[in-house]
Design a protein around this ligand. Structure first.
Ligand SMILES: Cc1ncc(COP(=O)(O)O)c(C=O)c1O
Length: 323
């Protein structure tokens, strides 16, 4: 399957100055575009290509109110002439003022439907019923699951592993780390690891849900992708390494050690955010010490705009950190 290629190939840079005994490289997927940027862009290049090939005219997807995935879907829709309809989960009343990713969704003309956390549990059924209504009005909707994490979207991260494979072999990288939010990034990297026969540990830091939940989900999506695209590989539970213990009080709820990590890393020129990359980078820093690796890669999956939704949490911590 051929993706729409609009993102840039991303560099791998070493981050120095963290005082870590391990050499940490960052795959800068945050730099693959700006509004169309981060891990979701790689997935949407495949999903939107599929939508175009099926002659659809409307993209429907879902996420949290500050979803990066929804913002990037809105940007793709604008760029490729689709309507975009979003189902955004909000706790309590919908926000009166749109900020950060939500503001961008609206600037790109996405139609926003707010749903409660309970409704969000039934998001696929809700989106399917909505798509049927649009069909009756003559539209051709294309449904994208949460995070773009299905057998098609994950091909974007198979490609990311392909981009990294020479570097991994040449530099003898021992582990690749990423955040696990809807599981697609990890699933695609796992396909790539298997297809290119790479001897690296693939370590996913959970930012929500449980090890059991993601093990089942990732194996299911990988196997569907393997069948659909006729790949000559298999995946099993033994291929999966998850790191738990860095979610804190819950999804998108930051905690002090994480915020301090974000600020330390920002002083070295790289912006992480509190929902995914902050928690996973912090988790990685602790995990590499236990594993005694010498060289690892962290996938920077983007999400820069979401920091603007966390000014209240970040500002007081910035003032406490010297230097
Ligand atoms: C910036 C960012 N990083 C990481 C993730 C997690 O990736 P995945 O959903 O593929 O597990 C997401 C979305 O969920 C994200 O927006």
């Amino acid at each position: 399957m051929k993706p729409l290629k609009i993102t840039l190939k991303t560099p791998i840079e070493e981050i120095q100055g963290l005082g870590s005994a391990v050499r940490i490289y960052i795959k800068r997927d945050d730099l693959n575009g700006l509004l169309i940027s981060g891990n979701k862009a790689r997935k949407l290049e495949y999903l939107v290509a599929d939508a175009k090939s099926k002659e659809c005219d409307t993209l429907i997807t879902c996420g949290g109110a500050q979803s990066n995935h929804c913002r990037i879907t809105a940007a793709f829709a604008q760029r490729f002439g689709f309507e975009c309809h979003l189902f955004l989960r909000v706790h309590g009343k919908p926000p009166k003022i749109s900020t950060a990713n939500l503001l961008i969704d609206k600037l790109f003309g996405a139609k926003v439907n707010y749903i409660t956390p309970t409704q969000y549990k039934h998001r696929d059924t809700i989106m399917e019923a909505y798509a049927k209504k649009l069909q009756k009005k003559g539209k051709k909707p294309y449904l994208i699951p949460e995070g773009g994490s299905n057998e098609i979207g994950i091909l974007g991260y198979r490609d990311c592993m392909k981009e990294m494979k020479t570097f991994i072999k040449r530099e003898k990288i021992e582990a690749v780390y990423c955040a696990v939010g809807s599981g697609g990034t990890y699933a695609g990297l796992l396909l790539g690891k298997k297809l290119y026969n790479l001897k690296v540990d693939l370590n996913g830091v959970l930012v929500c849900d449980t090890i059991e939940f993601f093990t089942e989900k990732i194996l299911r999506i990988c196997r569907k992708s393997i069948d659909t695209f006729n790949m000559k590989i298999t995946v099993s539970e033994g291929d999966i390494n998850f790191i738990d213990g860095y979610i804190g009080a819950g999804y998108a709820i930051p905690y002090p050690a994480e915020l301090k990590t974000i600020i330390r890393v920002a002083k070295l020129g790289i912006i992480l955010e509190p929902v995914y990359t902050g928690k996973s980078f912090y988790g990685m820093l602790n995990h590499v010490k236990k594993k005694k690796y010498k060289k690892v890669i962290f996938i920077h999956t983007g999400g820069i705009f979401s920091i603007f939704a966390f000014a209240k949490e970040l500002t007081p911590v910035i003032t406490t950190i010297k230097g």
